[in-house]
Design a protein around this ligand. Structure first.
Ligand SMILES: C[S@@+](CC[C@H](N)C(=O)[O-])C[C@H]1O[C@@H](n2cnc3c(N)ncnc32)[C@H](O)[C@@H]1O
Length: 174
């Protein structure tokens, strides 16, 4: 499941050449209808229309995930950089309710913009405090982004509807 999926490029680019691409079923949660329309075209062109499904909904509310979660992989590309620190804390604290036990969260964060290096350190600390084991931390070859992957080692959190999981303030407000 991609959280704040945009036009699906975060998933499609990888899937196109992945040897297990036919095994993937994914929900893409996004609230911008124009991006969803573009993304749907890309999905059809790439031949993934039976596997990838957009969910046009508010990704910041727990109710959106009832019936979708828990998932094996939660992808958050370009999300943390739009959140204030306290929202990053709130979101990571609730990710155990979106992942299966043993499931993964994969995230990206720009390393320099908007206090990137400090936030990356915070993200890593928060995952380790929230029953997630760090699997991989890698910087992209151009040194612009860090990619992280963490595995949920907790016993499973109950997902309750009606809870605000985070506020997406935008990078200009953090
Ligand atoms: C920086 S983009 C990342 C898009 C995609 N993950 C990628 O890597 O290309 C952030 C996305 O979050 C979406 N978004 C912001 N607030 C949202 C909300 N409350 N619910 C769902 N999507 C939201 C925006 O429309 C935008 O597409």
């Amino acid at each position: 499941m991609s959280i704040c999926a945009g036009d699906a490029r975060d998933l499609i680019g990888l899937l196109a050449t992945h040897p297990r691409k036919m095994d993937v079923k994914a929900y893409l949660v996004e609230d911008n209808a124009e991006l969803v329309e573009n993304g749907r075209k890309v999905i059809v062109e790439a031949g993934f229309e039976k596997q990838l499904q957009f969910v046009i909904a508010d990704a910041t509310i727990s109710s959106t995930y009832l019936g979708l979660a828990p998932v094996d992989v939660a992808l958050m590309a370009g999300v943390f950089g739009n959140l204030r620190s306290e929202e990053v804390t709130r979101l990571i604290g609730s990710l155990g309710s979106l992942c299966t036990v043993g499931g993964y969260v994969v995230w990206t964060r720009h390393r320099r913009l908007h206090n990137g290096l400090n936030q990356i350190a915070l993200i890593r600390q928060l995952f380790s405090e929230s029953d997630f084991e760090e699997v991989l931390i890698e910087d992209t070859s151009d040194d612009r982004f860090t990619v992280g992957s963490h595995r949920y080692k907790g016993s499973g959190q109950f997902l309750r509807g009606g809870i605000k999981l985070f506020e997406f303030t935008g990078y200009d407000q953090i």
